[in-house]
Design a protein around this ligand. Structure first.
Ligand code: FAD
Ligand code: SF4
Ligand code: SF4
Length: 942
């Protein structure tokens, strides 16, 4: 319930910003309140800001009311800098515009683009952005710049501080400053003379303090994100350059980054990597100092515990298991523009460490699949520890740096401190070239004794880093609340005072993310610790990192996977404890729609999740609990599939008949009205809706010397849905499929009792797992019989059904979906004359999960002059959910139409229901890829 100044703020803002983008209810404030750190604050208001004018307005109104504001990009921060107990301003999905200069050397970005997406855009120019956090596919530009995030390769030479080329900032008073625009700079000088002269004075006072200058230079020879970027004061004299560089690493405490220009860096086409194994940390660290002088682009240290945490993962070399307890690895990379350059580099690198003992001979690989696997394993170290933790505990990653010459001694000291505080399972790894070490451990924050143990550890670590080695306490993850109590300890009084003055100049009312970076509370790092209560095995390993959010179709419409898990954890925790039953009930009520009904259960979240959590499975299990009473109804339907499909055919044909007579507009208005009256229980009709299909004439064809045999299983969807108006006289898919198979020299056999068969997905996705399993077993038996126990391949015409079959069926069936079957078996027998047309393809989520999206594109490129592949996740049609919750489909495809040129009239995919939604949301006619291949092919002469 909003009161006082928050109520006034809400009323003021809701005059200009839609109420649907301002949240203050328990569910959404908790859902958005969560970031990847081990802290939690619940915001009073969450506001999704769509543009700069809105941000400016929010900041002005918050200034008037003295209300703190925290900015949020992807919420993957680890130090507690992206959370708020006041106003949380989200600038993500609507902030994705960019421009690239002609040769790709500079890029202008809005803050909501993920780093991974930006690098995809730059790949065509052979370039990338400098900053390379391991979280790059989830982290957004706003957060990357505001945290000065970095990773394995960028070091201190290519981070945001070094590669920024100007910025557009909304300041605390709502003023917009564009440092890239001279006229804007001039008007800012006039409107804010004190701001400019204060920055000038501050820089001058820093520059004449020799010992401070020396300290700043020394600190930034290492990676350092503790406190503000004080190097801005001594590296630059122009106040706007200073402002730009102070904004880097300012963690939302100095202003809002509305857009930023980066100078891009070269992405070298040739790479090679080696996993070098040394007998102990000392020899590994000695090697690091030697490697620093060679052409290496990255050197990652992984201690024995780190190697152990990944030794059972797929593709990890077997020899890791046999290493002794002191062994230590360096994962080394070298890059170049030519293969010869790489070979030369390798020679230099190997020679440089020839006098250092190694456990195994140093071998480099330049095979992409091999070296990518090594780096994937390295990137997965933190999540791997997270996945192994005890339920109910938190995983913590610390991020310190030492001058690289002291790395060996410092690492051993760190190991001793961890032992002293009984963090025996802790894993150490890091960017050795920069002296940057991460140590990861699990922590129980439910007991005070454990909180004290953590406090003691942090006290010893800060003493080691600062007093013994003059290192940095946060190398790349930002100060946040976690390191705020130690900023003065690391930097000393003079520097700390400068930081306070910087904050005063930019944010005199202290409304921007107060308590982050500078915090007078010496124990703030031990407060507001986030509970991670046990809820269900399906999601207990979730670290709330947020990596899954950008691949979720419902994120932004309702909840993301991380938010579903957070709310579900809270409901279970409240129910178990008996605390606040009314809140538990209210959360559960709201969760029904936003958590359950609008989840597509497509499981794409598991693809992005470092610990492979499929939140869709959590939702399916909740659906299963819900529908337990109608279990018998589902079993009856499962037994009578044939009758249900016949009825569906009649209904669809009737509706299609009325469409022909009444026309699209009248049909839309009638169906919309009926849906409204029924309280959205009657499915939404659209003009891409098909009529009923014709019954399949199941004639098993003969094979011969030249004609091979395939078992064709037409899915129940394609046995029900026929062609739609946009198909323009085409025959239905089940007939088209046979036509193409015959053309490709295959004869068709159908499984027995076809009319009753189904893969079971239609049942299990709604929670009817028993009926789903029954159908799956029935189908498997029928396919085994028809294929003579797997002798003949089995083809299913819908990739989601095929995916379900592959997941459930454990026998030796050779199962194929259309793209795989066509590519592998039919193309060799076909002559293709590509269409002189621009077409588009859409890989549905099952294709993405089976990593067949590339194959779909390749096949389409064989069949048409030009193929457009829009950037989307799941389409959100979710089986038949798109009929009942069309908003999910609309949200999933909101950017589709804009990505398709007007010349595109035909689209191709592999799922009939998804194709309906794709057509509806783009105006393009989507059909199975089978139609395209059939159109452009003829049987090859032997
Ligand atoms: C598993 C894992 C691995 C990670 N690996 C790395 C790594 O290798 N290196 C690394 O540096 N970090 C790493 N991180 C931390 C984090 O991902 C990065 O710091 C990332 O850059 C944060 O980006 P974000 O979009 O999530 O920002 P958020 O967390 O949303 O925000 C980060 C900060 O920026 C501020 N902010 C957000 N948007 C704006 C804006 N438009 N204007 C001004 N301020 C803004 C916020 O207030 C906050 O203080 C990792 C995190 C996880 C969970
Ligand atoms: S299954 Fe799909 S819709 Fe559901 S949480 Fe995962 S990605 Fe989102
Ligand atoms: S589900 Fe996986 S990706 Fe998503 S927040 Fe949890 S751990 Fe991270």
């Amino acid at each position: 319930m909003l009161t006082g100044k928050y109520k006034i703020l809400y009323e003021q803002l809701s005059k200009s910003i839609g109420k649907n983008r301002i949240f203050h209810d328990p569910l959404y404030t908790l859902a958005y309140g969560t970031d990847a750190s081990f802290y939690r604050l619940i915001p009073r208001l969450v506001i999704i800001a769509n543009d700069e004018t809105e941000v400016s307005l929010i900041l002005k109104e918050c200034s008037v009311q003295s209300i703190p504001v925290t900015f949020r990009a992807a919420g993957t921060s680890l130090s507690g800098q992206a959370i708020s107990d006041s106003v949380l301003l989200i600038a993500g999905s609507n902030w994705k515009k960019f421009t690239i200069n002609e040769d790709g050397t500079e890029i202008s970005l809005q803050p909501g683009l993920t780093g991974g997406r930006v690098n995809t855009l730059l790949a065509a120019y052979g370039r990338k952005i400098g900053p390379d956090p391991a979280s790059i596919n989830a982290a957004m530009i706003g957060g990357i710049a505001a945290n000065n995030a970095s990773g394995m390769c960028c070091g201190t030479a290519q981070n945001s501080y070094k590669t920024i080329a100007g910025m557009r900032i909304v300041l605390a008073d709502g003023t917009v400053l564009d440092t890239r625009d001279e006229s804007n700079r001039n008007s800012f000088r006039e409107s804010h003379p004190k701001f400019i002269s204060d920055i000038d004075c501050l820089a001058k006072s820093a520059a004449i303090n020799d010992s401070l200058v020396e300290k700043i230079r020394k600190k930034y020879r290492m990676k350092n994100t503790t406190g503000y970027s004080l190097n801005a004061l001594i590296d630059f004299t122009d106040p706007f350059d200073i402002i730009d560089h102070l904004m880097i690493g300012s963690e939302g405490t100095l202003g809002f980054i509305a857009s930023i220009n980066y100078k891009t860096v070269v992405e070298h086409p040739f790479k090679a990597s080696s996993l070098m194994i040394f007998p102990d940390i000392e020899s590994a660290c000695k090697a690091v100092t030697l490697l620093k002088a060679t052409p290496v682009s990255a050197v990652e240290l992984i201690d024995r515990a780190g190697l152990r945490s990944v030794e059972n993962e797929k593709g990890v070399p077997e020899f890791l298991k046999q290493l002794n307890n002191n062994a230590c690895a360096l994962l080394v990379e070298t890059v170049g523009d030519k293969k010869t350059e790489i070979n030369r580099n390798i020679e230099i690198i190997v020679k440089s460490i020839e006098n250092i003992a190694v456990v195994r001979a140093v071998i480099f690989t330049d095979i992409p699949s091999e070296y990518e696997l090594l780096w994937k394993i390295r990137k997965g170290l933190f999540p791997s520890v997270g996945a192994m933790r005890k339920t109910g505990t938190t995983v913590i990653i610390e991020d310190i740096a030492f001058p690289v010459n002291y790395l060996a001694g410092a690492t051993i000291d760190l190991q001793n401190i961890l032992k002293k505080h009984r963090y025996d399972e802790a894993v150490i790894f890091g960017h050795a070239l920069e002296g940057n070490l991460h140590f990861v451990f699990t922590q129980d924050f439910n007991i005070q004794k454990e909180v004290d143990r953590y406090a003691d550890l942090m006290s010893d670590v800060s003493d080691l880093v600062v007093n013994k080695y003059n290192g940095s306490l946060k190398a790349e993850h930002g100060t946040g609340r976690n390191m705020a109590p130690f900023v003065e300890m690391e930097w000393g009084k003079d520097a700390y005072n400068l930081m306070k003055e910087i904050k005063e100049i930019f944010d005199p009312l202290n409304i921007l993310n107060p308590g982050v970076i500078l915090n007078p509370d010496n124990e703030i790092h031990l407060k507001n610790l986030k509970p991670i209560p046990a809820a269900t095995e399906k999601t207990d390993k979730c670290t709330e990192c947020g990596f899954c959010e950008s691949s979720c179709v419902s994120a932004g419409l309702t909840l993301s996977p991380r938010q579903r898990i957070v709310i579900h954890r809270e409901i279970i925790s409240l129910r178990k404890s008996g605390r606040e039953p009314h809140i538990a009930a209210s959360l559960a009520k709201s969760f029904k729609y936003v958590g359950n009904e609008t989840c597509a259960t497509d499981g794409l979240c598991a693809v992005a999740c470092p610990v492979k959590i499929d939140t869709g499975k959590l939702i399916k299990s909740l659906r299963s609990d819900e529908v337990s009473k109608s279990r018998n109804k589902a079993l009856w339907i499962a037994r009578n599939m044939s009758l249900i499909i016949s009825t569906a055919r009649i209904v669809l044909s009737t509706v299609s008949f009325f469409h022909t007579i009444l026309g699209t507009n009248i049909m839309l208005s009638i169906s919309g009205g009926l849906r409204k009256i029924s309280g959205n229980r009657i499915p939404m009709w659209n003009s891409f809706m098909p009529g009923g299909s014709k019954i399949i004439k199941q004639k098993n064809e003969e094979a011969s010397a030249n004609i091979k045999k395939v078992v064709y299983f037409p899915s129940c969807i394609n046995r029900s849905l026929g062609v739609s108006k946009d198909y323009d006289k085409e025959i239905q898919l089940t007939e088209k499929m046979v036509q193409l198979l015959n053309k490709g020299r295959y004869s068709v056999t159908y499984p027995e009792n076809l009319n009753n068969l189904c893969c079971g997905m239609a049942f299990s996705s709604k929670g009817y797992s028993e009926a789903g399993e029954k159908k799956s077993v029935e189908l498997e038996n029928a396919l085994l019989k028809a294929s003579m126990n797997g002798k003949y391949p089995v083809l299913c015409d819908m990739s989601p059904c095929l995916f379900t079959m592959r997941e459930n069926m454990k026998s030796d069936l050779k199962l194929y979906e259309p793209v795989e079957f066509i590519t592998e078996f039919l193309l060799p027998n076909l002559t293709i004359k590509p269409l002189d047309e621009v077409i588009t393809v859409f890989a549905v989520c099952s294709m993405k999960k089976m990593e067949l999206d590339g194959k779909l594109e390749d096949l389409a490129r064989i069949c048409a002059r030009e193929v457009i592949v829009p950037k989307t996740n799941c389409c959100g049609f979710a089986g038949d959910r798109g009929f009942s919750f069309p908003e999910l489909n609309k949200h999933g495809l909101k950017n589709l139409k804009d990505q398709l040129p007007a010349s595109v009239k035909n689209g191709y995919s592999t799922s009939r229901t998804c194709e309906i939604g794709l057509g509806m949301n783009s105006g393009v006619s989507y059909k199975s890829i089978v139609y395209l291949v059939d159109k452009v092919s003829r049987t090859k002469n032997r």
